[in-house]
Design a protein around this ligand. Structure first.
Ligand SMILES: Cc1cc2nc3c(=O)[nH]c(=O)nc-3n(C[C@H](O)[C@H](O)[C@H](O)COP(=O)(O)OP(=O)(O)OC[C@H]3O[C@@H](n4cnc5c(N)ncnc54)[C@H](O)[C@@H]3O)c2cc1C
Length: 488
């Protein structure tokens, strides 16, 4: 009988767990036996996905929802049998606000992919001056830029819609997702659909109008009986992690917590990994689903050039603070999903989600749950990175903007050190160099949020592609899983 091949997934975040899940069909169907191990340094699974359930509240420490338009998360939930657990955001109170000069203004209706597609709401909005609105309209007549020239997000949006629209509208929306500095982030790497709209339709407004038309024709966003753009399991995103680990366990995958990998070496065609206790593990294939700066350390001996490229991907630290109140303590109507804060407002917080309005099932009746996001690129030095400091900062934000001065029933701070990779200009060229180095390391693939998308669906997809790449290199590939590129 042929000896078993061993594939090790390093990192038990969503990308690593999705990679292990994608290896299962090969373990079942391949004529050669396949062993799968997942090694995670922490004492829980899920990485940035962390849900706490406390006194009837569902508290998300990291992500709280995922985008439906990128299909991989919904598809995974379907495979795991938890699709019916997915809930959309509250359709009855779906306004989002932007802070300007200390006051909240509703984001004008009709934004599609962050781009205005309805003129009435835009013209009525007090977020922008008349000259700024006129400048936005110039997008309809401006010629497209030079193709294949990488631009920062700030430069690109300024070129199309004007600097005022960038600073007041696009920058705060984007910051809430990437905690990044738009004047450094590459538009092509971070939001590739925007240059694509320009390339295909000659401008952003034209392109967004077409996209909106297509979506309306197709009956809204895809999803289980829902037109919501975002979904999340009823009792938190950790449900996906719980379903994944339970299924991996049922299928004989060796799941090991508190098992940090220290380094990876090559011995003939095998990989040898050393764990913290000097235990070694031999594998024929590896999916590295760790942050890129960790992958850099693990590979520093095996391929110093690859390690240097991985180490050069920048990360930003960020934090969330969830605060629970009795509804009677709050005068503000909290009539929407929350607000984002432009960099120009000079606040340490970058957004506040009105969680119990956005997801009513996440707080008991007559209670309110709010979540403040803190920390963005370039402002990290100004933040007290400890629980008391973060909670104090969140309370000051709530007092200043929403007039909430009551003591919360509880407050929970979650600090995410070096959590948000920044796809700064040069990122796509770096990915090409990384892919070239990986050519000489067959059966080793990278997955996770450092490469081609930080959202949960992209991370799931990256894990799946990495798994397929390793299976193909080991000839364990089945026809149902055609090979694609390995860095995702
Ligand atoms: C505050 C916050 C809010 C967010 N909100 C959203 C949102 O609403 N929607 C959305 O789609 N995305 C959101 N994101 C982004 C998304 O959550 C992440 O990009 C994604 O979860 C990252 O998954 P990952 O598997 O790539 O990495 P991680 O979750 O970081 O997993 C990597 C794992 O590797 C482990 N590890 C590290 N070193 C070693 C080692 N030496 N050996 C073994 N294991 C190791 C780590 O412990 C970790 O578990 C948010 C992120 C943050 C921080």
């Amino acid at each position: 009988m042929a000896s078993a091949e061993h594939i090790v997934v390093v990192g038990g975040g969503i990308a690593g767990l999705a990679a292990a899940h994608a290896l299962l069909p090969a373990a079942r169907e391949s004529s050669r036996p396949l062993r799968i191990t997942v090694l995670e340094t922490g004492n829980r699974w899920g990485g940035k996905i962390l849900t706490e359930r406390l006194d009837g509240f569902v508290i998300e420490g990291g992500p709280d929802t995922f985008l439906v338009a990128k299909p991989w998360a919904v598809k995974l939930c379907r495979e795991l049998g938890i699709e019916d657990r997915l809930q959309g955001t509250n359709p009855n109170q779906n306004a989002t606000y932007i802070l300007k000069n200390g006051r909240l203004h509703p984001i004008p209706g009709g934004l599609t992919m962050m781009i205005p597609t309805e003129f009435g709401p835009m013209l009525r909005s007090r977020l922008l001056s008349w000259p700024a609105k006129l400048r936005m309209g110039a997008d309809l007549v401006l010629p497209p830029g030079t193709p294949d020239v990488e631009e920062s997000m700030g430069d690109f949006v300024t070129r199309r819609l004007g600097r005022a629209a960038y600073e007041a509208l696009i920058e705060p929306l984007m910051s809430g997702i990437y905690a990044g500095d738009g004047d450094r982030l590459s538009i092509q790497a971070t939001l590739p659909y925007l240059p694509e709209l320009e390339r295909k339709h000659g401008g952003l407004i034209r392109g967004a109008l077409r996209a909106r038309h297509e979506r309306q024709k197709n009956g809204g966003a895809p999803g289980p009986g829902s037109r919501s753009l975002f979904l999340t399991p009823t009792s938190g995103l950790i449900e996906i992690v719980e379903a994944l680990t339970a299924n991996l366990e049922r299928n004989g995958v060796d799941l090991r917590l508190q098992s940090p990998v220290r380094w990876i070496r090559r011995v003939k065609s095998d990989f040898v990994m050393e764990l913290a206790d000097s235990d070694t593990i031999v594998a024929q294939g590896i999916v590295l689903a760790t942050p890129s700066y960790v992958s850099a350390e693990l590979l520093s001996e095996l391929d110093p050039l690859l390690a240097a490229e991985l180490a050069a991907i920048a990360y930003v630290s960020t934090a969330t603070v969830s605060l629970a109140f009795r509804a009677s303590q709050i005068r503000h109507p909290l009539n929407g999903y929350g607000y984002v804060i432009p960099r120009s407002e000079g606040r340490a917080a970058l957004a506040c989600t009105w969680t119990s309005t956005k997801f009513p099932h996440r707080a008991p009746e007559r209670h309110v749950l709010l979540r403040v996001f803190i920390g963005r690129a370039g402002q990290e030095g100004e933040i007290p990175w400890d629980a008391a400091g973060l909670i104090g900062l969140a309370q000051r934000e709530l007092a200043e903007t929403l007039g909430i001065v009551a003591e919360p029933i509880f407050a929970r701070a979650f600090l995410w050190e070096r959590a948000m990779p920044q796809y700064n200009r040069g990122h796509l060229d770096r990915l090409k160099r990384i892919e070239a180095r990986l050519e000489s390391l067959p059966a080793l693939a990278l997955a996770g949020n450092a490469y081609r998308g930080i959202g949960i669906p992209d991370c799931i997809h990256s894990g799946q592609l990495a798994a397929e790449g390793v299976l193909a290199s080991l000839n364990l590939h089945s026809d149902q899983h055609p090979q694609r590129e390995r860095v995702t």
